[in-house]
Design a protein around this ligand. Structure first.
Ligand SMILES: C[S@@+](CC[C@H](N)C(=O)[O-])C[C@H]1O[C@@H](n2cnc3c(N)ncnc32)[C@H](O)[C@@H]1O
Length: 330
């Protein structure tokens, strides 16, 4: 017999199913990129979200197991149900990928690693999660592990720190004005909601077509709250420390600073010679590369995808293929 809590749970699941579904970004490009991975072993989806990519990976590559990581309990609950049909071929783990991935790399033979950074549309769209201009609160934490919320940043950061995040993460010309406007507003009363914050910022930022002028500043606060650039750096450090032999890594970024981190690291990993510049002759042996980039330029959305999913506008996929065990030993 169903209890009230069962019915409520079913309703939550059904409600979520009826909400606008998350469309996996650059899906065809992602699937093509993993054609080169060993066709058995464990595939790690570092940003499971609403299971869109994982589901297609499970369908396309019949011999592999997928472990999905997400710091958001709602995403874990949703994807666990969505991917139930795959039985033991799918496992979900809640936490930060920088904490969980090292354990997986030690325990399993990993054949592929995917990360689709940033927030999912369902996180953005849920007003109570406090990510959007329409939200009644300021939160923006992707998961309960985040130490700060957007409320803490907006109401507690000193002026110079607000300027730093608006300058560095939003690359906003009016970063000083924006930071000062927040400090003035919060001296009267704390800034409680996304609506209030967007109003404060709209008064000092220039209008830019249809886009809300505060878009980049909201994104900057989110990046700070979730330490998103730190997480990407740690993910790259983990892979560099324990390169999974023969595996393919596909990373999707949405921000130029994120893409720069990935591009630079993939370039370093592809270098055959790691001798310091200025040496007369190579002394490292000239085959120190960890593998190769699958394409020099990032893959971006086709016109058809852009039309279907405007969120794919700024998505860039870069893929790296680690050398196999024999070539790593040799
Ligand atoms: C863009 S969505 C991923 C969508 C997914 N690829 C799909 O097709 O449904 C990003 C997800 O990654 C999660 N996430 C972001 N940074 C994370 C981190 N450092 N550790 C674990 N999960 C993270 C977010 O909570 C969000 O659910």
């Amino acid at each position: 017999m169903c209890t009230i809590s069962d019915i409520m749970q079913i309703k939550t699941w059904a409600d979520m199913q009826n909400e606008r579904p998350h469309i996996p970004v650059l899906l065809n490009e992602v699937l093509d990129c993993f054609e080169k991975m060993p066709q058995e072993g464990v595939f790690v989806d570092c940003t499971l979200g609403y299971g869109g990519h994982s589901r297609e990976i499970l369908k396309r590559f019949g011999q592999i197991k997928v472990i999905g990581i997400d710091r958001d309990p709602e995403a874990i609950e949703y994807s666990t149900r969505l991917l139930e049909e795959f039985g033991e071929r799918f496992e979900a783990i809640r936490g930060r990928f920088s904490d969980i991935l090292p354990r997986i790399l030690k325990e399993y033979r990993v054949c592929g690693v995917l990360a689709d950074f940033g927030v999912s549309s369902l996180q953005l769209d849920k007003k109570e999660r406090g990510f959007s201009f329409l939200s009644e609160r300021l939160d923006m934490r992707m998961g309960p592990d985040a130490e700060l919320s957007a409320y803490d940043v907006v109401n507690g950061y000193p002026l110079e720190e607000l300027e730093r995040i608006f300058r560095d993460y939003a690359e906003e010309r009016a970063y000083k004005k924006a930071a000062r406007a927040i400090v003035e507003a919060r001296s009267r009363k704390p800034v409680e909601s996304g609506v209030e914050l967007a109003d404060i910022l709209a008064k000092v930022l220039r209008k830019r077509g249809k886009t809300n002028p505060a878009t980049a500043l909201f994104q900057a606060i989110r990046i700070e709250v979730n330490d998103e650039l730190g997480e990407i750096t740690r993910l790259l450090d983990v892979l560099e420390a324990e390169p999974p032999a023969g595996a393919v890594v596909g990373l999707i970024t949405f921000h130029s600073l994120e893409d720069r981190l990935v591009k630079q690291r993939f370039r370093e990993w592809s270098r055959k010679c790691i001798c310091p510049p200025g040496l007369y002759r190579c002394e490292c042996g000239g085959s120190r590369e960890l593998g190769e980039m699958l394409s020099r330029k990032p893959m971006i959305a086709t016109d058809e995808e852009l039309e279907r999913n405007p969120r794919s506008r700024s998505a860039k996929l870069r893929c790296f293929h680690f050398k196999g065990q024999e070539s790593q030993d040799g």
